[in-house]
Design a protein around this ligand. Sequence first.
Ligand code: NAP
Ligand code: ZN
Ligand code: ZN
Length: 347
Amino acid sequence: MSLIKAYAAQGPDTPLAPFQIDRRALRPKDIQLEILYCGVCHSDIHMVRNEWKQTIYPIVPGHEIVGRVTAVGDKVTKFRRGELAGVGVMVESCRECVNCKKGLEQYCKVGMVGTYSARDKNGDVTQGGYSKQIVVDENYVLRVSDKLPLAGVAPLLCAGITTYSPLRHWKVGKGDKLGVIGLGGLGHMAVKLAASFGAEVTMLSTSPTKEKDARRLGAQKFALTSDAAQLKGLAGYFDFIIDTVSAKHDYNLYLHLLDTDGVMICVGAPPTPAEVAVFSLIGGRRSLAGSGIGGIAETQEMLDYCAEHGITSDVEVIDIASINKAYERILKSDVRYRFVIDMASLT
Ligand code: NAP
Ligand code: ZN
Ligand code: ZN
């Protein structure tokens, strides 16, 4: 075991602060990664503040990890020392259930092991990427291209795959009208990816100041969701809607924007339940669906697709000492469009 520098929260009301964690000694299939960048996902905030009621303290968040392989176990075949690699939202699953066998490890019947604040099969608590180093089994480590700016690749490990997976599952592409609710970390990746797949994208936002960026990212239309007239004009318009909103909001407002057989896919995970009027679904045979990150093979497919098409996240790189301020800005929807921590600042 080795002691590693990190940032942790000790409880739901305490800010993130310097902390030291243990990382396990390398097992035969383990990879040790020196973390270079780690993205800041809104899930980190939900978890640090125990909004989903599942946090184990102290918590070192961070599951958009890219870095360089510094050591490998003696049975590792996928990676060599010195290569770039990434770790996303999960670090283990049972590998045997029907979902794991299908490459849907995120829906493992036994339960996937999250990158932080989860218990692995030995009962040890995982700690995430706001740290200098991480040790992960090679099956859950992704190959990362050296052709893209690394800081912009980090958010692909969560924001990227979480939007790529449902777009692929529902085959969203040319000829489809897609609405994306919320222009934050997930939302801006949904816009970029869906536009690259050929869909017509409309940004549904609470922030009038984001219209220009939404269009630059690939949206053809922009609607301010606080303006009832703008939403009325979009009634029955969309084949698909991806909802990335992190806070409580009215799902019924958006369900009416779906065409017949339209699907609204929730990826945003507000802590409090919301009411859904069933008539919003019955009229027009609409579906309300959800989607969680993506499997390991699909995450690799997404990273390779992004490398091929030059797609990365729009990032604001920060020092780790600014992390608590960054959280406040995210909560004010003032993120353009993902904060990424430069881990060289953790000294
Ligand atoms: P984010 O960067 O904070 O973006 C969320 C965006 O939602 C905001 O920028 C804002 O966009 C909009 N918004 C915020 N509050 C709102 C409100 N009250 N009503 C309407 N719109 C509001 O967050 P993120 O990192 O993209 O994460 C979004 C959510 O997805 C979080 O709940 C996170 O936990 C969840 N998540 C889920 C998965 C999964 O596997 N399903 C994976 C990762 C994250 P505008 O300014 O454009 O309105
Ligand atoms: Zn995330
Ligand atoms: Zn499983």
